[in-house]
Design a protein around this ligand. Sequence first.
Ligand code: SF4
Ligand code: SF4
Length: 68
Amino acid sequence: MAKKRKAIIDTNYCVACGTCVKVCPLQIIHIEQGVFAKINYDKCVGCGKCARVCPASVIEVQMMEVAN
Ligand code: SF4
Ligand code: SF4
């Protein structure tokens, strides 16, 4: 198991503003059913751009176990 940096969203407190969606260089975040932001974790490179711009500060970059 390798460890990689991935952005994690606390969806309970996400206000679905869409700011993170716009800044992600890989365009892998979308707003799920208009309620909260969701990341395609397989593709996230953990750059942290989304975390820096989130007005609600609900995104954190963490080390996560990945399968490859
Ligand atoms: S950490 Fe970077 S690649 Fe991952 S979702 Fe956020 S902006 Fe996109
Ligand atoms: S920037 Fe923050 S509050 Fe806005 S949609 Fe993304 S995670 Fe939710």
